[in-house]
Ligand binder design. Structure first.
Ligand code: CTP
Length: 401
């Protein structure tokens, strides 16, 4: 949801494609964006201000003064915007933008905008190909405006060629893709593991732990929101990521979790291992349900592979982050784990402190970096803790570069 809660100022100029802007506003609102619309006089010939006002749930601005002679402040409108989108952009308005002309509300907002400006040109094919148009579009590009290329198809003139305004769906996809490329972790591949593991005893029983997976799933979501390409290797948990771009691989045992993480490690940039992996598993998994007998039952447990330690041994360019959950001597044990597992930093949380650790919605962490510096954080929701960890990872990534 890259456009969620974003303030989008949609400027509509007078081309036939303006009629598609009613649908465009709907799509933007559906993405969770707040939309305000400003349109030129000629745009009003193609789409009504009433339609746009109802769909955007905001007043529509057409002139420097409204019907009561109140001044519409273009500077305030431009400042309100996180993104300005000009669609359709006619050859006439393009020429004004390229030359700094200011004779209506749209051009005044354009000149006042400090946010990213997307433009979706729309004109007849010969106009689109004209050297002046090409030169004007280049000027806009050199001013850091983002051009949403016109599409090929039938034009208002009846001719067929390039010049149609990109379809509203394509405009929204284009904006989302561009926004994601500007995020802190765009282009980074991140592996997160989370949740408990279940070690089978027989077909109906297992040894598990009380981890819910909440912390790791919140981390996967936060990295994805910040543009990363996230793979989440998740043990048995009911919590699922909310970000659609997170690729989730469900596993059950420590062995399966090791196999998946190990296979991915070479190709990733950052690994954050938050899973509560079982340290021991039954030596034998019975094929049939164990029947009750007289006397005690002894299960022989053998060690599982330490996933984090194994990845630490293979580490090359990757940033490796571990977690430490302890009931006693939290910081000393956590510091030992940084060295032993070759980590860039460790997130220490106490299993005995109130509001921290397994099952609960909050956590209180201390991050210890590889130089043994401590970074203490307040008790917060796991989502807020995930933000702190992601921010710390970003700082580590920058120091690493
Ligand atoms: N870890 C792992 N594989 C294991 C055990 C732990 O990858 N088989 C990882 C955890 O995901 C965590 C870190 O190691 O990031 C520390 O886990 P923790 O349970 O705190 O410590 P252990 O190393 O298992 O040692 P101990 O249980 O003795 O504290």
């Amino acid at each position: 949801m890259l456009l969620k809660n974003k303030h989008i100022l949609l400027a509509i100029t007078g081309g036939i494609a303006a009629y598609k802007c009613a649908h465009l506003v709907r799509l933007l609102v559906k993405e969770g964006a707040h939309v305000k619309v400003v349109l030129t006089k000629s745009a009003q010939e193609f789409v009504t201000t009433k339609t746009l006002s109802v769909l955007s749930k905001n007043e529509v601005v057409t002139d420097f003064f409204d019907s009561n002679n109140n001044w519409n402040n273009h500077v305030a409108l431009a400042e309100w915007a996180d993104i300005m989108l000009v669609a359709p952009l006619t050859a006439n308005t393009l020429s004004k933008f390229a030359n700094g002309l200011c004779d209506n509300m749209v051009s005044a907002c354009y000149l006042s905008a400090k946010c990213p400006v997307f433009v979706a040109p729309a004109m007849d094919l010969d106009m689109y190909k004209h050297p002046t148009t090409i030169k004007n579009l280049k000027t806009l590009e050199s001013n850091k405006n983002i051009i949403i290329p016109a599409e090929h198809g039938e034009l208002a003139s009846g001719l067929v060629g390039e010049g149609r305004m990109a379809e509203p769906e394509n405009i929204v996809d284009f904006m989302k893709k561009t926004m994601s490329q500007h995020l802190p972790f765009s282009g980074k591949k991140i592996l997160v593991n989370a949740g408990p593991t279940y070690e089978a005893i027989d077909p109906v029983r297992f040894i598990g732990n009380r981890s819910s997976g909440k912390m790791g799933v919140a981390l996967a979501d936060e990295f994805a929101k910040q543009g990363a390409d996230v793979t989440l290797v998740l043990g048995p948990s009911h919590i699922k990521p909310t970000e659609q771009t997170v690729e989730t691989i469900m596993v059950e045992s420590a062995d399966e979790m090791f196999e998946k993480c190990n296979a991915l490690f070479r190709t990733i940039d950052i690994a954050v291992l938050s899973a509560a992996v079982a340290d021991y598993k039954p030596e034998t998994i019975y094929n049939s349900k164990i029947k009750k007998q007289d006397g005690a039952l002894t299960l022989n447990l053998i060690k599982t592979t330490d996933i984090l330690e194994s990845l630490g041994k293979q580490k090359q360019h990757q940033i490796l982050v571990g977690f430490a959950l302890e009931t006693d001597n939290l910081l000393e044990y956590a510091k030992e784990k940084i060295k032993k597992k070759n980590l860039d930093f460790i997130v220490a949380n106490s299993a005995s402190e109130k509001g921290s650790g397994f099952g609960v919605d909050t956590n209180k962490i201390t991050i210890i970096d590889k130089h043994n510096n401590l970074h203490n954080f307040e008790l917060k929701s796991k989502q807020a803790v995930a933000k702190d960890i992601v921010q710390f990872t970003y700082k580590t990534l920058k120091d690493h570069a």
